[in-house]
Design a binder for this molecule. Structure first.
Ligand code: XMP
Length: 383
């Protein structure tokens, strides 16, 4: 355990130390008062038996009933949404990801055509993604969907921005501006905000220590939140729970098992300035990587697999000539909820094939590296 805090035995009164590690106290208890404290994270998937510890606390000590499950959640939220929305109109920005797709179906069941979905193409999506999302959505659902092409304006606004937090703010702000234009006459904004988005966007130590600003927590959205105009029924859920709801409503596997994709898209996977040339390059690298993973039957094993473009150039040899090009990073991770993650890797033969194809087919890339850092200490995205 990496924590090193200690307890002074004289000051703990009725508390007992009930677990220790080599360098620290891991848990204390005051059985009489039923107060228990741990100095580790039972809630993260890496903690062996963490779930069991929580379960014991909830059922045996707090004596609570386990009646919070997906069917009861759906019932409760349905009622709440019906009351909240009344006959007002709701706009939902559909990204094609699990969260917004499940939310669209969830809301449409309740409020029918009071809901309009808008797909804003910010040009920061992966290869062919915009087309696929619109086609897939129209094929599977009968929910009104408007496509807005905003590729040029996003790129223009990002032109001189290289700081990741600023990128997030520029994208978030523009996104809301476009959405606002599209949403004249709509009172509510629906978002597929999940619990990790909420906790990573707030910090007990002030804004400077926020891990990152999620696109669904930018200033304009916070303003709507204060006015009670957000509809965010999933904000206490984790991804696997949203997937469960999606399954219950019959969403196809291709949507339910879609890998998470950050709101600011490829802009946070291009380190430094975002230009059209870099976007095209990264899209090609990512597409080759995904294609290869599908060929190896590996894609579905990962929580996420993606490429990152570094503004670092190095020397290479192409044919008998010297080349000088950018570096692409490949990353694959396994995770249950995105809060912690383990890096994954391919076999040497597969890695060789992927690297050769990328350097051979994507002009401007001279080197391919693999990220072998887990979360923590790293995050999943590079930014
Ligand atoms: P990090 O990089 O913090 O990411 O380990 C955790 C998970 O969140 C995704 N991610 C986002 N998802 N809006 C989102 O909806 C965002 O702005 C955003 N940024 C990161 C990331 O891909 C990973 O799955």
């Amino acid at each position: 355990m990496s924590h090193g805090d200690e307890l002074d035995p004289k000051s703990i009164n009725d508390f007992k130390v009930i677990a220790t590690t080599k360098n620290s106290v891991a848990a204390i208890a005051n059985p009489k008062k039923k107060i228990y404290g741990v100095q580790f994270h039972p809630e993260v998937s890496h903690t062996e038996k963490g779930e069991k510890i929580l379960l014991n606390f909830i059922t045996k000590i707090a004596k609570l009933k386990l009646d919070w499950n997906m069917p009861s959640f759906i019932e409760m939220e349905t009622e709440k949404i019906r009351k909240q929305i009344g006959n007002k109109k709701v706009i939902l920005a559909l990204s094609g990801g699990v969260d917004s797709s499940v939310l669209a179906v969830f809301l449409h069941r309740i409020i029918k055509d009071q809901l309009l979905c808008v797909f804003i193409d910010n040009g920061l999506l992966r290869y062919n993604e915009a087309k696929e999302v619109v086609a897939q959505f129209r094929k599977h659902f009968l929910i009104p969907l408007k496509y807005v092409n905003a590729r040029k304006i996003f790129l223009k606004k990002l032109r001189w921005v290289s700081n990741p937090e600023r990128k997030r703010r520029v994208i978030g702000k523009l996104f809301i501006k476009i959405l606002k234009k599209e949403s004249k006459g709509f009172y509510y904004l629906a978002q597929g905000t999940l619990y990790p988005d909420v906790i990573e966007s707030v910090s007990p130590h002030g804004h400077s220590q926020t891990i990152k600003t999620h696109h669904n927590r930018v200033k304009q959205v916070l303003k709507m939140q204060a006015q009670g105009r957000l509809v965010e029924p999933f904000q206490q859920l984790f991804k696997d729970e949203v997937r469960e709801i999606g399954k219950k409503f019959g969403l196809p596997d291709s949507i339910i098992h879609r890998q998470p994709f950050p709101g600011p898209g490829l802009a946070v996977r291009i380190i430094g300035r975002v230009t059209l040339k870099r976007l095209v390059m990264l899209r090609k690298v990512d597409w080759i990587f995904q294609k290869k993973l599908m060929e190896y039957n590996q894609q579905k094993n990962f929580w996420q697999s993606f490429a990152v473009l570094l503004p670092v150039k190095s020397v290479g040899v192409v044919g008998d000539r010297r080349s000088y090009g950018y570096t692409a990073v490949l990353r694959a991770v396994s995770s249950l909820d995105g809060m912690t993650a383990d890096f994954e890797i391919l076999s040497k033969e597969e890695l060789t094939e992927v690297a050769n194809e990328i350097v051979g087919r994507v002009e401007g890339i001279a080197r391919v590296v693999w990220d072998i850092t887990s979360k923590p200490p790293a995050t999943i995205e590079w930014e």
